[in-house]
Design a protein. Sequence first.
Length: 329
Amino acid sequence: MYTVKKANFSKKKAEYLYVFFENGDYVSIGGAELIDVSVNLYDSLVRHNDGFSAVAESGYIELKINERDPETYRGCFVCDPILYDDCRKEYIEQRCLEYSCITEIWFFDKLNWHRELIGNFKAEKNGDILRLVVISQPQMRDASSDKHTIMLGDIFKGDVCCLDFDFENGEDFMVFDREIKEIVLEFDKKLITGSSRFHRHLKSGYIKLKLKKSYYRRAHHLFNDKHLKRKDLERRLCGKKGFSTHDICHLNIDYHHAAYDDTLFECIEVDDMRPDKEVARLIKKEDEDNGFVYCFESGYSKLLKDRTIILTFGNNAKKLMKELCKHND
């Protein structure tokens, strides 16, 4: 069982909203149009996109829609954009009241990070106020705790379809199930808040890989990506000498799921392997010296003679690497 403190949805922190409908359309609502928010949340989270999101149990969101959105750059995605542009207020109100089902609402802050509120909402109108009222879902059960919970299983090699390494500098590349020899990951039982939803947090573990010489379907985004060969990918993980620290900040995993070629996606957060105090000290020194001091390091990597790659994670990454290398000597 994984837990996390319940999400907080408030008018104070909301710079703007996205309101989503059942067909995938959404409209943007400016912060000045948000009058009031009062929602209670179910204890259980639901898997949503690459993580886990809160579900509304009761409450409401009150809006006062303007004819023209003062923040037009926020954008929208609607099936009739011309009508939306000509009659924004009427379009949004009629869409909510008469034509569509509201399925989720995103609350954006000043940094453009958002929190996702999943649920069923019915719209009511009182004068100029458009009120989105939460419809309860009794099958979600309790809504009285100050914490969210969700049941999640361990990750086994046979479950993984492919794995994308997301590096701190924005680069990434993918490996496939046939290239993964072992995967042993241990998670903190407390979820952490990502840029938009909750995620599992890698505490410790290791991955063993052996990359194929060529994989025409391999997705990648490396800065020097012309004519990439296997050795270039090995070098990105293990450095020129075959042993180094690595800067993997996310493990994006696609799991085999319900049907052929159907996958379930999860983003796993990876922290710096060093203690928080040490990371804070390096960042502070970097700010004071106005120079390059801190470099994200989430574990160790080593390329063995048979081209097996070992990746370790967590504050015991060095010790774990030594133990694993002994077994491969």
